[in-house]
Design a protein. Sequence first.
Length: 259
Amino acid sequence: MRLIDSHCHLSHGRLRNQLDAVLTRAREAGLVGLVCAAGDLQESEASAEIAALNEDVYCMAGVHPHDAKDVPGDYLDCIERLAKRPGNVAIGEVGLDYHYDYSPRQDQQRVFSEQLALARKLAKPIVVHTREAFEDTMAILSESGVIGTDVVFHSFTGGPEQARSALNMGAAISFSGIVTFSKASEVRQAAKLVPSERLLIETDAPFLSPEPVRKMKTNEPANVAHVAAFLAKLFGLKTKQLAEKTTANAATFFRLGLS
């Protein structure tokens, strides 16, 4: 069984401090690829460094909405430089987060729009984070002119209506451990709407440990196997079928060139 964790934060201290062991467990669980996410320029740099040292690790570069207020004047130049490094497969994670409003909404919207323009210029896939800001996220995506099939909504937490909107624009949808949570019935309803060719899976490690290991304080990429098993049961498939399909989807979306 081959798996890809389409979104994990390997440079986070809780994982980087034990990175060799984390990667070993991931490979033993069947992972053939890990896409290392980024939330700010520092994490973008760190993710690129990890990818440079591991052939099965890929990276993205971008600024999370939480950090939008703190971007330096040359932040787009920094992201562009990182996006051109070997192993970089996307701009992300970018988007809007109105739950905490750590950055003013106007800053979030501006930085999101600017990064979408950069992704369009570089013809790079885009990894979108949206929390309690779905309508504004969709509006900015629409205005940006990016190709819908170049967008993935990571760790999807919306319901069926939001899933339909994302699918109608051509986007892919990625599910994390949240889909396994007992109170996430709307997320599961949304998952059932996603065509098999646009379905991705992830851990968002070190966060969001899935059932049946939800008590793990530090989630890790190997646990993407639990997300695969849960969704396979939801769709009435064998886990290997679901794993192979989502692996092929991730390889296609991120242009990984895996056989």
